[in-house]
Design a protein around this ligand. Sequence first.
Ligand code: SF4
Length: 301
Amino acid sequence: MPSCIEIRCASALHKTPKGRGGPYGCDLNPYRGCAHRCQYCFAQYSHAYLEDGDYFGHIYVKTNIAERLDRELSSRAWDGRPISLGGVTDSYQPCEARYSLMPEVWRVLIKHKAPCVISTKSALILRDLELIERLASLTYVNVACTITTLDESVRQKLEPHAAPSGARLAVLSAFAKSPASTGLHMMPIVPYLTDGEENINALYCAAKEAGVDYLLPGMLNLKGKTRDTFFTCIDRDFPACYRDIWAAYQNGRLDKAVRERAYARVRAAQTQYGISADFMAPSRRFFNNNHNERAEQLTFL
Ligand code: SF4
């Protein structure tokens, strides 16, 4: 069991540096650390400055996040651009069931009609469906779930404490019926493990059935501590793939031919199932149809 460490944050919103975080103005993370323990997690670096190397085991809980958010959204400094909820941790990881920080965050976002995007690997988000629907009836909201595989035996090893993929699909189906837009993030695609035609097609087929607006694919990147955690997992749980995956990343970056082979399968599935990868299309549609929204929001398009 991870330990939870309660802290008070000095600020709720963190500006996303240009070029990182895509079109979003700010990140909001109610927790630091994540108990989902995904073996490819890129965010492990974010504990380094706390001199706490246990990203999965020590969860810092920002108990005053909603209060700080309210103050910051009331300030003229907020530029009105969509906020990314949980860019470096999952806002609905297990300790959210105990701390319930998110309902108050949604109430503050509703008060300020603040557009936002959220991605999760937890079905706990369904607890707050009504609040999220209310916000989505006022402004732009996108709900995404990351799903890497429909093979539960692989999923349990790669993402041991996240919800089963079927439960995440149920989340997407529920939100597809709401005013929010929805997306399936097929990230990361792991070469030699989840990049097979069967897995890619199964995810596109499931996305189609769930009724999502887009499916965003992305290959695995390996840097720093993530590389060590990931290869320890592959060595232990998928030894038959170890040599191939290691060779594919031997120069640091993913081998071009391996990447191209995976993206050829992705393109074929995109055509077969008619699902776009354009994750910006729903927000463009929303802001083009809602000219009374704050002018600044249009500048991110
Ligand atoms: S859900 Fe996201 S932040 Fe949490 S462990 Fe997995 S990849 Fe990392």
